[in-house]
Design a protein around this ligand. Structure first.
Ligand code: NIG
Ligand code: FE
Length: 403
């Protein structure tokens, strides 16, 4: 078969292939694509020729990066809340006072679909510049059937260049109009939002925490989502320990995220069910919170993914490399764990075993980076230097999407 694109002589390629050792590191290697598929990875001497080429000398190749947790569709600004939090107010107190998620819901509901698509596209395609080819995007700032469905549609149509995986998060907060009747809202999520939103979503998520949904409510909502074929996820054990990590894992959750306050029972349930820990170090930093128990997760054999948690309040960060570096600095991941966290384990968190690695059975996504000036072409340098690594080339499904 003729190749249509060849990246020649990458100084280092990390395939992250589950069948290889460590990060699947190889030196001086060419990669070719044909018809949207990976055709060749190997010795430059035997690589096929192609009409489109990229000279990879001096460069680092990685599978297309995967951001497994974002809230990238929103309108409005919460910069004034940032100042209040710096002055000592808590996230939960601001939420209970009508701010936080609730203020973003007001602004998002009022925004036109064009405005939402435009800002979501700018955010998502900004991520592409850092080598991200798959972004998970949640709803959760609409909180009624039509608005939640609109946000999922916006997410799906926001970019032709980035693969978007969508997550229905109707259970993000109880909306103003039903604050006196939370049971009615839970019923609405299950009986009205879910039938409309499930065809637009790949996963279902709940925010089970103080100020949000209880364990029983969360389990009922996740169970209904699972029955519609959605992958189960949860915002878990962040502000308060609720037991949702163990309960979601028992439902077969692909990931439970945050986990600052997870206990040993939750960790054991995750390990037993192969549930990925979605680590969100930027939210930890912005909330000046404690770290999740990474050493215990590692010891139990729980796979760890790392996401930006991009949102207008607790994690206004869209550079996945910054999240990877923060995961090493403030959560204690090793460099290989951080790289695995933004690639293969991030794919697994989304129930997508074909994302975040390069080999037979994977998607044909490749991101190519030059090292920071004066640094060797190795992933250690990309993790050590904080963020701002612009990809020199990004291939998604065998096609050049950024060069
Ligand atoms: O992952 N904790 C709940 N959800 C988001 C925050 C969203 C927001 O504050 O708007 C999170 O941190
Ligand atoms: Fe989140």
């Amino acid at each position: 078969m003729d190749a249509d694109l060849v990246v020649t002589r990458l100084s280092r390629l990390y395939t992250l292939d589950p069948g290889s050792q460590g990060l699947g590191e190889r030196t001086d290697v060419s990669v070719a694509f044909a018809g949207g598929k990976l055709l060749y990875v190997g010795d430059p001497a035997n690589a096929p020729e192609a009409p489109v080429t990229f000279d990879g000398r001096g460069c680092i190749g990685l599978p297309g990066l995967v951001d497994p947790h974002t809230h990238a569709v929103w309108a409005g600004s919460r910069s004034s809340e940032f100042a209040r939090r710096l002055a000592g107010e808590s996230y939960t107190a601001i939420l209970e006072g009508g701010g936080g998620i609730r203020s973003t819901v007001r602004a998002t509901r009022e925004a036109s679909t064009d405005v939402l698509v435009g800002s979501a596209r700018a955010r998502i395609e900004g991520m592409l510049e850092h080598g991200v080819t798959t972004v998970e995007v949640k709803s959760g700032y609409g909180l009624d059937p039509a608005q939640e469905a609109r946000l999922l549609s916006v997410a799906r149509s926001a970019s032709a260049r980035v693969r978007v995986v969508t997550t229905f998060l109707g259970a993000h907060a109880v909306p103003e109009e039903l604050r006196g009747d939370r049971d009615a809202y839970v019923r609405q999520v299950i009986d009205e939002q879910l039938p409309w939103c499930a065809p637009l979503a790949d996963c279902i998520d709940v925010y089970c925490d103080r100020g949000a949904f209880t364990l029983d409510e969360a389990v009922e909502i996740l169970t209904a989502g699972r029955a519609r074929g959605l992958h189960v996820r949860a915002h878990a054990e962040q502000v308060e320990h609720t037991g949702i990590a163990a309960a979601a894992a028992a439902l077969g959750a692909t990931s439970v995220d945050h986990l600052e306050r997870i206990d040993d029972r939750g960790i054991a349930a995750m390990a037993a069910n192969g549930t990925v820990a979605g680590l969100l170090p930027a939210a930890q930093v912005y909330l000046r919170d404690i770290a999740p128990p990474v050493a215990r997760l590692r010891e139990a054999g729980v796979p760890m993914a790392v996401g930006t948690d991009l949102n207008p309040g607790t994690s206004p960060v869209r550079d996945l490399w910054i999240a990877a570096t923060l995961a090493t600095l403030v959560q204690g991941l090793t460099i290989p764990e951080a790289v695995l966290g933004i690639t293969r384990n991030a794919g697994r968190a989304l129930g997508r075993a074909d994302l975040g690695w390069l080999g037979e059975g994977s998607v044909a996504d490749l991101s190519v980076f030059r090292p920071p000036p004066g640094e060797p072409p190795a992933v250690e340098s990309l993790v050590q230097f904080l963020g701002d690594h612009r990809a020199a080339l990004v291939v998604r499904d065998g096609q050049v999407v950024l060069r």
